[in-house]
Write a protein that binds this ligand. Structure first.
Ligand SMILES: NC(=O)c1ccc[n+]([C@@H]2O[C@H](COP(=O)([O-])OP(=O)(O)OC[C@H]3O[C@@H](n4cnc5c(N)ncnc54)[C@H](OP(=O)(O)O)[C@@H]3O)[C@@H](O)[C@H]2O)c1
Length: 299
């Protein structure tokens, strides 16, 4: 069996990947190495037999130690959302370290259609995909992950409080998918023994318009929610007026611009082919998370 490394194991996705490796796919704990900036947070996994090592993509020396002895590595994209370019440098450092460690395969969490995307963080993902393609790694899997249902935890509490959801996404549709399904897909891609180079786009069961999402959220929470279409610049100025730093508001605005351009449309075909399962339906996820959607909180 290969030794599997999961980077960013302390994050939401990384935690669920570990869970799927052990509990869904029944990988022996001794075959798994979890890396994170803060190993103390992963004590529960150590107790289950997973090796936990310190790794920070900003610190190349930490990566050489952390990646030693690994065969296949899941590179979870980092969260430096407001610092485009910085993430790319981090990911390049991780890929260089994977190469140096003699890794056979790297799985990377990308985004849909990163080429020619209005999304301001797209160049980080595209650049990482290009770094994988240019590397000496024998194999890699790019998982172009669609947007998490969980992203709605950030936008919906505010929108439901006022009953108005300001959007610059126009008629764009989004193939949202549960973060846990993407964790399963990453765990499968890490363990399925695939040796070549592949790019898979992982979307949910259905792509919804903003109006359809609002109607389903409204039904699940029993609260009124109307979509108010605004121009992109108005959306960005509104977010700045609500207290968001201009850089962050501009990045968030570019999410709507990308949806409007139709680049978050998609389907579940490649998710189903990879995992052999259907992704969780949006309606089911909403039913379980209706209360949390009305409550500002970190998810
Ligand atoms: N598709 C979507 O809708 C969507 C939404 C949000 C984010 N994302 C992307 O998917 C990633 C995983 O999502 P998530 O929900 O797990 O996000 P999260 O909980 O915010 O996790 C952030 C991740 O970044 C890692 N990280 C940050 N700085 C790092 C560094 N210097 N070196 C190594 N790792 C670093 C963290 O690892 P440790 O804390 O363990 O060190 C952790 O895995 C995000 O980081 C982001 O790139 C996608």
């Amino acid at each position: 069996m290969s030794r599997l490394i999961v980077t960013g194991a302390g994050g939401h996705l990384g935690q669920r990947v570990l869970s799927h490796l052990l509990d869904t796919l029944h990988v022996p704990a001794g075959d798994i190495i979890a890396t994170t900036r803060d190993p103390d947070r992963l004590a529960d996994w150590v107790a289950r037999g997973v090796a936990v090592r310190a790794a920070d993509f900003e610190n190349a020396a930490s990566l050489a130690t952390a990646f030693a002895g690994g065969d296949r590595l899941l590179l979870i994209s980092t969260d430096a959302l407001d610092r485009p370019g910085r993430r790319l440098a981090q990911h390049r450092a991780a890929i260089a370290a994977a190469e140096a460690a003699g890794m056979r395969h790297v799985v990377y969490t990308s985004m849909p259609e990163p080429e020619d995307s209005p999304l301001l963080i797209a160049p980080d993902h595209l650049g990482t995909e290009q770094a994988l393609a240019a590397s000496a790694l024998p194999g890699w899997t790019v998982l172009r992950n669609h947007w998490y249902f969980e992203n709605l935890f950030f936008s919906m509490p505010h929108a439901l409080a006022s009953g108005q959801w300001y959007s610059a996404a126009g008629d764009g549709r989004l193939a949202y998918i549960a973060r846990d399904d993407l964790a399963l897909a990453a765990a499968v891609a890490l363990t399925d023994g695939f040796e070549g180079q592949r790019t898979l786009t992982l979307g949910g069961a259905k792509a919804f318009s903003t109006e359809e999402i609002a109607a389903l959220v409204s039904k699940a929470t029993d609260k009124p929610l109307a979509v108010v279409h605004v121009p992109l610049e108005g959306l960005i100025q509104g977010m700045i007026g609500s207290g968001l730093p201009a850089g962050v508001a501009t990045v968030f605005g570019s999410f709507d611009a990308t949806a409007k351009a139709g680049q978050f449309e998609g389907d579940a075909k490649e998710f189903e082919a990879l995992t052999g399962r259907k992704p969780r339906a949006f309606e089911d996820w909403l039913a379980e998370n209706a209360a949390a959607l009305s409550t500002p909180a970190a998810h």
